[in-house]
Each structure stands twice: as structure tokens, then as C-alpha cells.
Write a protein that binds this ligand. Structure first.
Ligand SMILES: Cc1cc2nc3c(=O)[nH]c(=O)nc-3n(C[C@H](O)[C@H](O)[C@H](O)COP(=O)(O)OP(=O)(O)OC[C@H]3O[C@@H](n4cnc5c(N)ncnc54)[C@H](O)[C@@H]3O)c2cc1C
Length: 343
């Protein structure tokens, strides 16, 4: 059986066999849909089903039931069961196609007790266009990949990253500590669909945990001194005050952003901490009973994002205006697929 799929925004059409995913079918027809892991884990290929029916062999773990109920689907896993019209979302500014480049380390320095800043220089010949919010894959020797969000806005020949040490982690612990200025680092970029949605002009609620701040910083830097910058509330969750590794710098952002509100929230504060306590998503709920008029950006731990999504939807937030980037572990996705294959 062959079905016809139409992309609402562009009018592009392609055929999809019943036994292939929408993403495979689009790729065979030369239609570009955003994607990354192809395993139903990262959510980068999320599309809106405007009409038509689909089926999954197995419900993808990168899609929540609420998203499915609201008509979203993951193109890398969904198989058409009728002709369909899908919305692939606004693409944002045109970005460069993902490419592998040989970068050079400029600096590795401590930002906080468990967070390092990695600065790298890109080849001078590279003309890179990316959306703030996107990430890169660092390529390790055996072909393994580790993802890190760019913490700097586009338009520079050097990139910044905030990297949290995972104890025993091959790259974030051992590999990163061994890097020296001038060392070669192979990376693939730009990747991912997390970005600032200028077309979604609403007050922004941005919620990050830990180094989830990195892509949020890149987005906010791109909005600095912009007369069209919407009001911004940034909630940043960390365990202790020492983990608020960019606190002093963030305090300066208000001078260059329109109506900027910054709320650091500590889950394990020391005794003298007079600021907000608890989980960052709960602080948002305490402050904003109605999220129906906001654009919400979530970035960082999968647990925070899952909980925030659930709680925010109950407070009127809409999945059409909620954008998330979950720092899942790469091999977790691979392992889940492996488990699925052998079970
Ligand atoms: C799209 C995306 C963007 C990301 N951006 C950033 C970023 O900007 N900054 C950042 O610090 N991290 C980011 N991450 C998370 C980062 O990719 C992982 O922490 C990293 O891959 C760990 O690599 P490693 O080689 O050090 O650990 P590994 O050697 O791969 O793992 C060592 C052990 O730690 C566990 N583990 C792996 N990752 C984590 C983790 N994140 N938390 C807890 N345990 C873990 C593994 O299951 C394993 O048991 C991002 C992830 C994704 C998917």
C-alpha cells in the first residue's frame, strides 16, 4: 500500500509505503525533514499530524502520550495508514547542513565544581549557519558520539560549550580533562531542532537545569539589544549555589534584554540561601498559575522536562508553544533499542 504525504508549510508531497517510516519515505523522495537519532528517542523529527492516520510498531519513548493526544508524531517511527497532511513546523533561519569538521581546542577551563567551559575554533574556511539552541556531536575514536549544545550565538568562528562532568564519563570526565589548547577535536554540526521561535511571539518562560543553561544562553544572546525581544523569565535550577556557574554574568543580561527576570532555584541550598528552594519547575508553577499565553522553553535533565511538561500543561501551557531539549544519554537511546531488538 502506498500513501501520499503532504507537508503543510511547503506543499511538498511524497509517497510513503506502509512499511516505511515517514522519515525514510521523505528522504527517499529528497524531502528534508529535521531528524537526528532515527530511533524515536530524541524527538528532533516531531511533526504535527493535520490529517490522516498513522501507526507505530512500538510507541516511541521520545514522544509523550500528551503530545500524541495533541496530534504530534515522530516521523522516524510513524508509518502512514492513510494519505496524510503533516506540519513540519517553521524551519527557522536557514542553517547549514550537518557536516563533520576538524576543530581545534582553544581552552578548557573550570566554570564551577563540576562544569567546564570548552572553547573551540572552527576551520576558517567553514561558513557555518546555525540556530542558537542547536548542538554538536563530538566524535570519539571508536565512532561514538557525545552531544553538547552550543552556548554561544551564531556568527563567530569560535564556539563555547558548558560541559558537566559525569563521573567516569568517557568524554566529560577523562577525555575533556586531557584536552589541551591546540588539540584536534572532530565534531559534527549543526544538529537538532531546539531553537528560538521568533514566529511564536509571546512572553518567554525559559527553564533550565544545570548545563541546560547552555542553549538558553545562546538563544538569549541572540536576543540581546533586539527591539523585538519579548519579555523573558529565566528559571535556572541547580543543586547548590556553587553550581550556579554563570550567576554573576546572568545578572548583567537584564541590561540588554527586554523585561528580563532571572530566578535561580536551588534543590539543596546551604543554610544561608535566601533565594528560591526546591525544584525549578515547581517554582515556575508557584509564580505563574496560568501559562496559556507563554512560549515555554525547557532544557536539561529529562526528569525535569517530563515533570515540567506535565505540570505546565495542567496550567494551560500548549504543546504548540512548548519547546524542549532533553539531555538524554546517547547510549541510553541505543540501549533501549538494543533491548527492544533482543526481547
Ligand atoms: C541534544 C543533547 C545536548 C546535550 N548538551 C549538553 C550540554 O550542553 N552540556 C552537558 O553537560 N551535557 C549535555 N548533554 C549530555 C551529554 O551528552 C552527556 O552527559 C555525555 O554524552 C556524557 O558523555 P560521557 O562520555 O562523559 O559519559 P559516558 O562514558 O557516555 O557515560 C558514563 C556513565 O554515565 C552515565 N551518563 C551518561 N551521560 C549522563 C548524564 N548526562 N547524566 C548522568 N549520567 C550520565 C552513563 O549511562 C554511563 O553509565 C546533551 C545531551 C543531548 C542528547
Amino acid at each position: 500500500m502506498v500513501y501520499q504525504i503532504e507537508i503543510a508549510e511547503t506543499g511538498e508531497r511524497f509517497d510513503a509505503q506502509a512499511d516505511e517510516s515517514l522519515l525514510q519515505a521523505a528522504a527517499s523522495a529528497g524531502v528534508a525533514l529535521p531528524h537526528d537519532c532515527r530511533l524515536g528517542g530524541c524527538g528532533a523529527c516531531r511533526v504535527k499530524v493535520i490529517s490522516g492516520a498513522l501507526e507505530y510498531e512500538e510507541f516511541p519513548f521520545g514522544l509523550s502520550q500528551e503530545e500524541a493526544d495533541a496530534g504530534f508524531a515522530l516521523a522516524c517511527q510513524a508509518r502512514a495508514r492513510s494519505n496524510m497532511v503533516i506540519g513540519a513546523g517553521h524551519a527557522g533561519a536557514a542553517v547549514s547542513p550537518p557536516t563533520v569538521v576538524e576543530a581545534r581546542v582553544i581552552e578548557v577551563s573550570a566554570l564551577g565544581p563540576d562544569v567546564r567551559r570548552l572553547a573551540i575554533a572552527l576551520p576558517q574556511s567553514l561558513e557555518l549557519r546555525f540556530n542558537p539552541g542547536q548542538y554538536v556531536n563530538v566524535l570519539l575514536e571508536n565512532g561514538a558520539r557525545r552531544s553538547f549544545s552550543m552556548a554561544s550565538a551564531a556568527g563567530v568562528a569560535a564556539l563555547d560549550f558548558h560541559i558537566k562532568r559525569v563521573p567516569g564519563g568517557r568524554f566529560t570526565d577523562t577525555g575533556l580533562a586531557a584536552l589541551r589548547p591546540g588539540d584536534r577535536l572532530d565534531i559534527e554540526l549543526p544538529l537538532g531542532t531546539f531553537r528560538f521561535h521568533a514566529e511564536d511571539y509571546r512572553p518567554l518562560v525559559m527553564v533550565a537545569t544545570g548545563t541546560g543553561l547552555a542553549p538558553v544562553k545562546a538563544m538569549l544572546e541572540s536576543l540581546m539589544d533586539d527591539p523585538d525581544c519579548p519579555p523573558v523569565s529565566l528559571y535556572w535550577g541547580a543543586r547548590s549555589q556553587a553550581d550556579l556557574y554563570l550567576h554573576d554574568e546572568i545578572l548583567q543580561w537584564g541590561a540588554r534584554l527586554y523585561e528580563f527576570r532571572y530566578v535561580p532555584v536551588l534543590s539543596r541550598p546551604h543554610e544561608g540561601w535566601s533565594g528560591r528552594k526546591g525544584y525549578v519547575q515547581h517554582a515556575v508553577c508557584e509564580d505563574l498559575a496560568d501559562l496559556s499565553e507563554h512560549a515555554v522553553y525547557l532544557c536539561g535533565s529529562p526528569a525535569m522536562i517530563d515533570d515540567a511538561r506535565r505540570q505546565f500543561l495542567q496550567r494551560g501551557a500548549s504543546l504548540d508553544h512548548l519547546y524542549a531539549d532533553s539531555f538524554t544519554f546517547q547510549h541510553e537511546t541505543a540501549l533501549r533499542v538494543h533491548d527492544r531488538e533482543i526481547s
